[in-house]
Design a protein around this ligand. Structure first.
Ligand SMILES: Nc1ncnc2c1ncn2[C@@H]1O[C@H](COP(=O)(O)OP(=O)(O)O)[C@@H](O)[C@H]1O
Ligand SMILES: [Mg+2]
Length: 258
């Protein structure tokens, strides 16, 4: 059985003035895969996310999704197509409750016009009921049920990161892109989050692209890893291959332990 490529970047580059933030990056995300994108601070990981999701236009290279060229597509169109990201900077409405934020995610994220396709054949009231049920399910999946009615402003940093993932899931992504979702979680919370990520992949999305600094987490959940350093691709392989790669170890020396 051949694995199907969902998302591919090919020769992707982005310069800001003289800074080559991303240079000639290529990788593919396969159906059912969790792909970790790692590298030291400033390596170009978030810029890659911005290029894939249409927030930046590449200087060179292509992005394709399900075989279609989406290079240069607007963020709204990319999200509507099914590539949904969480943000490294929080994207939460702090005065709304956890439940209201996830509810709003169903309507406000790019795919609201498709609500009728999520819940085909249902009348408005029934759709609303389904959306509320879906929001409650997502909140429970992220382990935030005890915080359901708390205003987002009262959440801890770690809980906020989980809520961001919940809001992204509300948009029914095909590909979920997470930028440092475990920042602010302690090590046992991070490992619990790893289990949640696998469950999300099993039940809610077709593939996950994960930028994460917590090495135990990213090594435990990723099927494969792409390592970036100074905007370039340094290595690609399974967690075991990457952990044994001397160039990768060197890139991380004095920065983070791998
Ligand atoms: N909008 C921007 N304008 C200028 N430089 C940027 C911009 N975005 C990112 N950069 C630069 O690109 C490089 C890569 O940044 P980034 O993609 O945020 O790295 P990472 O997410 O791996 O830490 C850094 O040198 C950063 O300063
Ligand atoms: Mg970043």
């Amino acid at each position: 059985m051949s694995t199907q490529t969902l998302l591919a970047v090919d020769g992707l580059s982005k310069s800001f003035g003289g800074i080559r933030a991303v240079h000639d990056i290529s990788f593919a995300l396969a159906d059912r895969e969790i792909l970790g994108l790692i590298g030291p601070n400033g390596a170009g990981k978030t810029t890659c996310f911005n290029l894939i999701t249409g927030f930046y236009t590449p200087t060179a290279g292509r992005v394709s999704f399900k075989g279609r060229d989406i290079t240069g597509a607007k963020p709204f169109a990319v999200a509507q197509g099914g590539i949904v990201r969480s943000f490294q900077k929080t994207n939460i409405l702090r005065r709304l409750s956890v439940f209201e934020n996830v509810l709003a995610g169903h309507y406000l994220q790019a795919r609201q016009s498709l609500l009728s396709t999520f819940f085909p054949g249902k009348k408005v009231a029934a759709v609303e009921k389904s959306v509320r049920e879906s929001a409650a399910e997502i909140i429970e999946m992220l382990g935030l049920q005890s915080r359901m009615n708390a205003p987002a402003s009262l959440l801890s940093c770690g809980e906020l990161r989980l809520l961001e993932v919940a809001v992204a899931l509300a948009a029914k992504p095909t590909v979920l892109m997470l930028d440092e979702p475990a920042a602010g979680l302690n090590s046992s919370e991070a490992m619990a989050f790893g289990k949640i990520l696998k469950k999300i992949r099993e039940t809610r999305v077709e593939a996950i692209l994960l930028v994460e600094h917590n090495m135990s987490l990213v090594m435990a959940v990723s099927d494969r890893l792409v390592v970036m350093n100074f905007g370039e691709k340094l290595a690609e392989g399974t967690p075991a291959q990457i952990q044994g790669n001397s160039q990768v170890i060197e890139a991380y020396l004095g920065k983070a332990s791998i």
